[in-house]
Design a protein around this ligand. Structure first.
Ligand code: PGA
Length: 250
């Protein structure tokens, strides 16, 4: 399966500084042999997409509405993302769930509307530290998957991407161990295969860096959703090179 390296810029580089970051990425990631995508803040998507047009580096939104238009103050729809040149959208990121009360059901609705418009959702799931300590990782993942996939009718590689992001590993500098990540990713794949007969790409996210990416990507994880390290063009390009090399040697 082709690996995907996706950068989540979060609420950074949304203004004039987005173009220099995109330009730096363009010079360091040339003709990538794995999937590469960056998700800037909404305000920078159009400008970043213009810089990255034709480079093989795709652009995505950090969220997407479940309706196309109407009275949904503060939301951005899939047709709007599309118009800006975005082809991916992160949905259900734990920061959305934690700070903005999003849940499994709305995550599924968002993913569904993205799919309707040809935008590839990157659907995030992951457990809290309390759930991990209580031995409830699989229950937490199952609840998130059941809610999100209730109305989605395809789960193969062409339809969407899932990202396993243990919440305690996001932005902490403490990634999951590869064994822990593989066990959760295996559970997610098995759940999707039992529902759809196929599994999509399943990425790992949570303090992935150029130093630990090889470990995750060489052991069967299909890519990374990268926050902090995606803001450093050299490091993000290094992670892309690691993914390309693993694919070449596969
Ligand atoms: P991080 O963020 O790489 O900074 O841990 C990952 C994410 O939130 O997607």
């Amino acid at each position: 399966m082709q690996k995907l390296i996706a950068g989540n810029w979060k609420m950074n580089y949304g203004g004039a500084d987005a173009v220099p970051l995109a330009t730096a990425l363009k010079s360091k990631i040339v003709d990538p042999k794995c999937g590469v995508c960056v998700c800037p803040p909404f305000t920078a998507i159009a400008a970043v997409a213009r810089v990255l047009l034709g480079t093989g580096i795709a652009v995505g939104g950090q969220n997407v509405a479940w309706e196309d238009k109407g009275a949904f103050t503060g939301e951005i729809s899939a047709p709007m993302l599309h118009e800006w040149g975005a082809t991916y959208a992160i949905v259900g990121h734990s920061e959305r769930r934690t700070y903005f009360c999003e849940d499994a059901v709305t995550t599924g609705k968002r993913a569904l509307n993205a799919l309707k418009h040809g935008i590839m959702p990157i659907l995030c799931v992951g457990e809290t530290l309390e759930e991990r300590r209580a031995g409830a990782i699989e229950n937490a993942l199952k609840a998130q998957l059941e809610g999100a996939f209730a109305h989605i009718d395809a789960g193969g590689e062409q339809s969407l991407v899932v990202a396993y992001e243990p919440i305690w590993a996001i932005g902490t500098g403490v990634p999951a161990t590869v064994e822990n990540a593989l066990s959760a990713v295996g559970f997610i794949r098995a759940w999707l295969i039992s529902k759809y007969g196929v599994a999509p790409k399943v990425l790992y996210g949570g303090s992935m860096t150029a130093l630990n990416a090889h470990e995750f990507l060489s052991k069967g994880i299909d890519g990374g959703l990268i926050g902090g390290a995606s803001l450093k063009p050299e490091e993000f390009a290094d992670i892309v090179r690691i993914a390309e090399k693993i694919m070449r040697n596969a």
